[in-house]
Design a protein around this ligand. Structure first.
Ligand code: FMN
Length: 191
């Protein structure tokens, strides 16, 4: 089983990446192969205009780095979206990636490869209330539903300074557990 973390923060070694590393660690302990990608290292443009007919859409901006990453995404059984809350939403890097899926998710031969994929989310933000993470988790749950995937869970941490989540043992533990449980869930039939 392959688990791919898509890191949406431009801050390398930041809090969401640290949580994602723990999720991947838990997944690896449960027997999965793991990899991670910094979206900010890639050239992924916002989506261009697409046709209303979803099965006939074309990606007119496919000369950037998106198609290569799409293959890695489609090959993964579990995708981890790791993103801080930026202005009450996911980061622009994450949003550009998700929007571009719209050019492929209903188009043969790609459409079949989207179905049944598992997703987990690692989310960080500055405000104290843990519910603030819902600015990220709720929209991503919605995306997973639309893509016909399985939402396997999330881990959220209220933390501001770079790397400070390393001191939050509970969040690190929850992230590791999420990774392990995500793999276990994907080994069970959906239901
Ligand atoms: C451009 C920008 C926008 C942000 N917007 C929010 C926000 O809306 N709510 C919030 O609680 N924190 C916000 N933050 C704080 C980050 O979510 C927080 O520092 C987080 O831990 C960063 O994660 P990272 O280290 O993975 O980048 C923002 C930070 C930046 C740089």
């Amino acid at each position: 089983m392959n688990v791919l973390a898509l890191l949406g923060s431009p801050r390398k070694g930041g809090n969401s990446e640290i949580l994602a590393d723990e999720v991947l660690w838990g997944a690896a302990e449960a027997g999965a192969g793991t990899a991670k990608v910094h979206l900010d290292d890639l050239w992924i443009r916002p989506i261009a205009e697409v046709m209303d007919n979803r099965a006939k859409r074309e990606d007119t901006r496919s000369d950037d780095d998106f198609p290569g990453l799409l293959e890695r995404f489609l090959d993964a059984q579990i995708v981890v979206f790791a993103t801080p809350v930026y202005w009450a939403g996911v980061t622009a890097q994450t949003k550009c990636f998700i929007d571009r899926l719209s050019a492929y998710a209903w188009r043969p031969p790609y459409a079949e490869r989207f179905k049944g994929k598992g997703y987990a989310v690692a989310c960080t933000f500055a405000v104290k209330e843990l519910e603030h993470g819902e600015w990220v988790t709720k929209p991503l749950q919605c995306c997973v539903d639309v893509l016909g995937g399985r939402y396997l869970g999330d881990v959220c941490a209220s933390v501001y300074k770079k790397g400070a989540v390393r001191e939050m043992a509970d969040a690190l533990h929850a992230a590791r557990e999420l990774g392990a449980k995500a793999v276990e869930q994907m080994q069970e039939p959906a239901g």
